[in-house]
Design a protein around this ligand. Structure first.
Ligand code: 5GP
Length: 317
């Protein structure tokens, strides 16, 4: 897929048109900015880390049924996406108090929220992305009522999926910013990127930041943080396969086995003394299940007949 024309250059990404009208290429830059561009630096490896992290997360979200703009990764820092008209809204979801919420409400950072908080901001650098509410969005025609409800539902569902995924990376998902867009048919998709630039990620059980706050707050180790999150995300599986073998218990008459035995012997394979049959099931799962008891339950409650059959299972590497 060829990049045709630079359509837009943002603070951290470039967007190009392609020879296909409904596809764009996003190129991730190493540039980091904060405070509406007042603070700026080059962070070697950031573009590549954010591209790899975002690609893997979009693949996970596709498996879990969240429509998103990602088509495929083209290189270490480029991804092919659906061309969308982006809603001029930032959607922020918070699981713990941090950043602007802590400042605005005089709360301590790290306090767990009783339920996720959804905030909306109007995308405008000149106005410093002011917070708006759902009425503003509807009254200003920034999205329709049904688009807004879809956006909210998708954002909350994505949050649930990502909390669980990042937990497997030993990271606590504190808050995040999403952008959404719609295609020419009016279908709503999750867009932009999902990376340490757009999410707050703390080491699980601590307040250690592994995200852009290291840059915003001069905490040091910025390059290392992007690399660390990249390595954890890339080594965490988003799907897995379990192989289950079910066989009749020893001593239980295997009628199918006897038929096969007789057929083999009548063909002259007289060295065969016994045939025991069984069945092999391969389950594809949307994650590697933390509690293997779930597979055990599947076997006991449905897949194997506990009176007559034994089962064995393993993860397929
Ligand atoms: P806060 O409002 O506390 O500054 O940010 C909340 C969350 O949204 C953080 O994870 C932050 O990274 C993300 N976020 C908010 N606004 C922006 C923005 O303009 N650009 C980026 N990259 N992330 C943002």
């Amino acid at each position: 897929m060829e990049k045709v024309k630079l359509l837009y250059e943002g603070k951290a990404k470039r967007v190009y048109s392609t020879d296909s009208e409904d596809q764009f290429v996003i190129e991730f830059k190493d540039t980091a900015t904060a405070f509406d561009g007042q603070k700026k630096a080059e962070i070697p490896g950031k573009g590549e880390a954010n591209c790899l992290i975002s690609s893997k997360i979009f693949e996970l979200l596709t498996i879990r049924g969240i429509k998103n703009h990602y088509i495929r990764r083209l290189s270490e820092r480029e991804m092919l996406v659906r061309s969308l008209k982006i809603f001029p809204i930032e959607v922020i979801i918070r699981n713990r108090v941090a950043g602007s919420m802590a400042k605005r409400l005089g709360l301590e950072e790290g306090k767990m929220l009783e339920r996720p908080v959804v905030e909306f901001c109007y995308k405008s650098d000149e106005l410093h992305d002011p917070m708006i509410n759902e009425d503003h969005i509807l009254a200003l025609g920034l999205a329709t009522e049904s688009e807004l409800s879809t956006i909210k539902e998708m954002a909350l569902k994505t949050n649930e999926i990502l909390i669980e995924f990042f937990r497997q990376c030993n990271l606590d998902l504190i808050d995040m910013k999403f952008e959404f867009g719609k295609d020419s048919q009016g279908e709503v998709y999750l867009a932009d990127e999902i990376s340490p630039d757009t999410c707050r990620l703390w080491e699980l059980g601590t307040t250690t930041s592994w995200d852009k706050d290291r840059f915003r707050r001069d905490l040091g180790g910025v390059e290392e943080a992007y690399k660390e999150v990249k390595e954890r995300v890339m080594s965490t599986p988003i799907e897995s396969k379990a192989r289950i073998l079910i066989r009749l218990k020893p001593g239980i008459l295997d009628a199918q086995g006897s038929v096969i035995l007789n057929a083999l012997r009548s063909l002259g394979f007289t060295e065969v003394l016994e045939v025991r049959t069984g069945k092999l099931l391969e389950l594809k799962l949307d994650r590697k299940i933390d509690e293997p008891e779930r597979i055990e339950r599947m076997c006991k409650e449905l897949l194997a007949n506990p009176v007559m059959e034994n089962y064995q299972w393993e993860w397929e590497e």
